[in-house]
Design a protein around this ligand. Structure first.
Ligand code: MLT
Length: 413
């Protein structure tokens, strides 16, 4: 008899965004006339910029000729894209990386989910609360947790790092020693960016405890404040303790195209069961070569164009567009007397529901009364209860209309 991985049974039935999509589809089928505005999943709506499209067309043409056709590429990504990433993303911030420290992939969701495979199942994991649910779910699947407590919504064996309005959504250092620390900055869902001195605290903690920081900065291109760090490697010593994840999904509208990258510095090591120190870069390389065949050539050429002379201003324009949506949501909701966070250096608005209302129930209310879809805070962890996330990735007019509907609706009677 084939035994299943019973750890999967510890998880709630569906992944957050799949559950929300099902809920909205059911509502739409019951109310086909409903004019629904989707500000739920952080999916982009603007088309790819011209420089990216042109690069894709050129790459497609190369595939049509025997001289320039490409089959399997390097599992780690083509040098032309890795060089563009180092030049465009890291060099301007004074971060030096070598080519074989950057791993191109088909998405940060996959990488942040898969990275835990290279660590022992006994590792103690610290995760923000609330935060992007993939970190927790993948550790549950791997068997790093006990059961979920129905009363608290927490999994045994996980160290939850509370991010609350009181602590400015900047979690305190854990009181117990932890081995793996997931940090997300700009944070999904709260929109908070950890400043340099805050990141430095985590780097020192990791140095002192032999921990590894898994730093998800998929939204760094939305940072407006020039004082805020875009990469953990801007902090001295971080290369010895941190892996970093970045993505073209939100930076350049690649949610459907799929391209991201993960940096695993060669200075980073972990302890093996025999006590020897092993390179995490070598382990991740081994994992990728075994399980992944690289991102397709056409997409990598498209990603390279993001850093080109014409492409970069174009994607900056697109980010400006979304950040103006964020401003409209923030201004509209706070003008209506609501308390909102985020949306200034991140494309998410974290809305505090009056009276700490049940966020799942509020998702239904908002859909029924306004035809607006958002994401219930509790989906990001028990600490997200009483909050609601709206995304700035919508179309401008529809976003403005959603805000107007919210402002004029009686939502909390
Ligand atoms: C989100 O809405 O949090 C993201 O779009 C989900 C993802 O990137 O996987």
């Amino acid at each position: 008899m084939a035994q299943i991985n019973s750890n999967y049974l510890k998880l709630p039935g569906s992944y957050l965004f799949a559950a929300m999509a099902k809920k909205v589809a059911a509502y739409k089928s019951a109310h086909p006339e409903a004019d629904i505005i989707r500000l739920g999943i952080g999916d982009v709506t603007r088309p790819l910029v011209p420089a990216v499209i042109e690069a894709m067309h050129r790459a497609v043409d190369e595939m049509a000729s025997a001289e320039t056709f490409r089959g399997y590429g390097p599992e780690q990504g083509y040098d032309f894209l890795i060089d563009a990433i180092i030049r465009g993303e890291y060099a301007p911030r004074g971060v030096e990386l070598e080519r074989d420290e950057v791993f191109v992939s088909d998405g940060s969701k996959c990488d942040v989910g898969n990275i835990q495979e290279i660590f022992d199942t006994d590792c103690r994991v610290a995760i923000g609360d609330p935060v992007y649910p993939v970190y927790l779910d993948t550790n549950v699947m791997a068997g790093r947790t006990g059961a979920r407590d129905a009363a608290t919504g927490r999994f045994a064996g996980i160290t939850y790092l509370a991010a609350t309005a009181e602590n400015g959504f900047r979690p305190a250092l854990p009181e117990e020693p932890v081995d793996l620390i997931y940090l997300c900055s700009p944070n999904n869902p709260t929109g908070t960016v950890l400043p340099r001195e805050e990141l430095a605290k985590w780097v020192i903690y990791a140095q002192e405890h032999g921990s590894v920081i898994l730093f998800d900065s998929a939204y760094s291109s939305y940072i407006r404040d020039p004082e805020l760090p875009h990469s953990i490697y801007e902090i001295p010593g971080a290369k010895e303790v941190a892996i970093e994840f970045k993505s073209f999904s939100k930076t350049a509208g690649f949610t459907g195209v799929r391209c991201a990258f993960t940096v695993v510095p060669k200075a980073l090591t972990g302890r093996a069961s025999d006590g020897s120190m092993q390179s995490l870069n070598a382990l991740w390389n081994r994992r990728q070569c075994t399980k992944f065949n690289g991102v397709n050539y056409i997409v990598q050429r498209a990603a390279e164009a993001v850093y080109s002379e014409s492409g970069f201003p174009q994607i900056c324009g697109q980010i400006d567009y979304y950040m103006e949506n964020a401003r409209i949501i923030r201004a509209g909701l706070s003008g209506a007397g609501y308390t909102v966070f985020g949306g200034e250096n991140a494309p998410y608005i974290w809305w505090k529901l009056p009276g700490g209302l049940d966020s799942m129930r509020f998702a239904d209310t908002l859909l029924e009364r306004c035809g607006v879809v958002g994401t219930p805070g509790v989906g990001f962890g028990p600490g997200g209860e009483g909050y609601f996330r709206l995304t700035a990735f919508g179309d401008r007019e529809r976003t403005a209309e959603a805000v107007e509907r919210i402002r004029s609706a009686a939502l909390f009677d």
